[in-house]
Design a protein around this ligand. Structure first.
Ligand SMILES: [Mg+2]
Length: 256
């Protein structure tokens, strides 16, 4: 894992500007700082303006675990491509599977709800994203116990979900649902783009980071030994520098 702003990283970034590249970003912890509650997450005006500036030059996507409706509320400017629910929303081929996912999530909610208030404090809650569920425990008074309790609950769910662990959150997706990696590849294919540049910060982004595809350049916000991302930046606020740098390089390439 190398820092993105080293000579190698910058060279790779520059080479992308000479080909048709999709620039894709996760939302929470990448375009927006991690917030205390999912509802408090917002994109800064500065990041927003930079995303908009980049969109004027190249195809841009936001690929998130949030629903598209939720993303739209949080983005001041909506880029051309929004992928929600880890890939279940936003791709035309997924219409049938979303209906299925919705009924599976309804069933899970009922099963999880039984005895929920006796087991957890008010800092543990279910976020219903229609096609997937997120179980949050960031604000629990006893995070360790909450995590264990949630695992016990998840183990009993029928049908069994695909679980993606995040930062104080457990994402439950219907088995066979696409993940961010599949979604990114599908989007590249449908737009007929040769390369992609992806920035993310969490375990759900590992599905993109781990793609064995040299056409995809990956960046993680925060260095982590076990991550499959090729590059990293140290902090979320460096994402602005990434965006600025790409716009500058594209403008240079286009002779502006
Ligand atoms: Mg994230």
């Amino acid at each position: 894992m190398k820092h993105l702003f080293t000579s190698t990283g910058l060279r790779v970034m520059e080479s992308l500007t000479f080909t048709q590249t999709l620039y894709a970003f996760d939302f929470d912890g990448t375009l927006s700082p991690i917030a205390e509650t999912p509802d408090a997450a917002r994109i800064s005006t500065k990041t927003n303006d930079l995303v908009q500036a980049l969109s004027a030059h190249a195809p841009v996507a936001v690929v998130s675990g949030r629903s598209i409706a939720d993303l739209k509320k949080r983005l001041l400017y909506s880029p051309q491509h929004l992928i929600g629910n880890h890939g279940l929303e936003g791709l035309s081929s997924k219409i049938e599977s979303t209906t299925q996912a919705q009924s599976v999530c309804e069933a899970w909610k009922k099963q999880l709800g039984k005895g929920w208030n006796q087991k957890f404090d008010s800092g543990v809650f279910i976020e219903d994203k229609s096609f997937s569920l997120a179980l949050h425990y960031r604000r629990s008074r006893n995070k360790k116990a909450a995590k264990l309790g949630l695992f016990e609950k998840i183990e009993k769910l029928d049908p069994p979900p695909r679980v993606i662990l995040g930062k104080s959150v457990m994402n439950l997706l219907p088995a066979g649902a696409p993940h961010k990696g599949v979604a990114l590849l599908e989007l590249m294919m449908s737009l007929n783009l040769k390369c992609a540049f992806y920035v993310g910060d969490d375990d759900t982004d590992e599905d993109v980071f781990a793609l064995p595809d040299p056409r995809i350049i990956t960046v993680r916000v925060g260095k982590k030994k076990t991550s499959h991302a090729q590059y990293f930046v140290n902090r979320q606020n460096e994402v602005n520098q990434i965006l600025k740098q790409i716009v500058k390089m594209i403008q240079k390439c286009q002779g502006k």
